[in-house]
Design a protein around this ligand. Structure first.
Ligand code: IPD
Ligand code: CA
Ligand code: CA
Length: 264
């Protein structure tokens, strides 16, 4: 498969940082983590991965801005391009040795996400999308699932952690959806939830209060796979609101119809 130069840069960076995360996962699985405890170890793994990504991306495209979860905002001379990066999405899974986590790299040009790479180093799944050029998983073209009956759909959600978000609202949302679908899931890595929708593994996904680095790469994947992604309102921008609803046209509309009134 031939990808553009910028995708090759993103893939190379994701694979290098991925090797580092995979080594660190091995340490966790074999309980070799430092005396300071696993949470501290994971936070170091996370920071190390982000630094590698920053170095590789900045070297290949000097001047692009960089927004990373761990290092914050690094401005560049080129004001029209920004990398939006989560070096480790699914931290809690990683900490527990659950192989559902990923590196997520989005590239924004003039406010639009034009490319996304999501890489799970635990199983080597590599998702690639470029605006106007399609979405791929390990070089296979992706298409969102085509189911039109919600009762046949498997849908994923996010759940707010201790001290975060609105737990009562999230309970009401789950109760409303659970009752209408074939299966409700919570996997714990937003970037992969989006990638799973693009791959047709999940029919739909929603979550509130995400950050741009959770959404950027996945958003272009879902769109390039023919899916619809918005905020909870149905046509708002997930990247600015932090809320996400996605699926095929039908599933997206059904989820909006159920979820939108609940937040009012
Ligand atoms: C988290 C994961 C999780 C989502 C959280 C995110 P992190 O990212 O994507 O699935 O529910 O809201 O913060 O902290 O593991 O990078
Ligand atoms: Ca994240
Ligand atoms: Ca993270």
């Amino acid at each position: 498969m031939l990808y553009s130069a910028v995708i090759n840069v993103m893939v190379k960076a994701a694979r290098r940082a991925g090797r580092s995360l995979k080594r660190d996962l091995g340490e966790i699985e074999h309980l070799q983590v430092s005396m300071k405890g696993p949470a501290n170890f994971v936070s170091l793994a996370d920071k190390r991965a982000e630094e590698m990504l920053y170095q590789d991306l900045a070297k290949a495209r000097p001047g692009y801005g960089f927004i990373g979860e761990e290092g914050g905002n690094r401005e560049g001379a080129d004001k029209s391009h920004t990398w939006i990066v989560d070096p480790l999405d699914g931290t809690t899974n990683f900490l527990h040795g659950i192989p559902q986590f990923a590196i997520s790299i989005g590239l924004q040009r003039e406010g639009t996400i034009i490319a996304g790479v999501i890489y799970n180093p635990a199983n080597d799944d590599l998702y690639i999308a470029e605006r106007g050029k399609g979405a791929f998983l390990n070089d296979q073209r992706l298409r969102v699932a085509g189911r039109r009956k919600l009762e046949e759909c498997v849908v994923a959600c996010g759940l707010p952690h201790i001290g975060r978000g609105d737990h009562e609202l999230s309970g009401r949302e789950m109760a409303a959806i659970q009752n209408k679908v074939a299966g409700l899931r919570r996997f714990g890595a937003a970037s992969l939830d989006l990638a799973f929708v693009a791959a047709g593994r999940l029919d739909g996904y929603w979550e509130r209060n995400l950050q741009p680095w959770d959404i950027a790469a996945g958003q272009v994947l879902v769109r390039e796979a023919g899916g619809i992604i918005s905020g909870i309102e149905g046509s708002d921008d997930p990247l600015t609101t932090g809320h996400v609803i996605c699926g095929n046209e039908f599933v997206h509309a059904e989820l909006v119809k159920i979820l939108k009134p609940l937040g009012k």
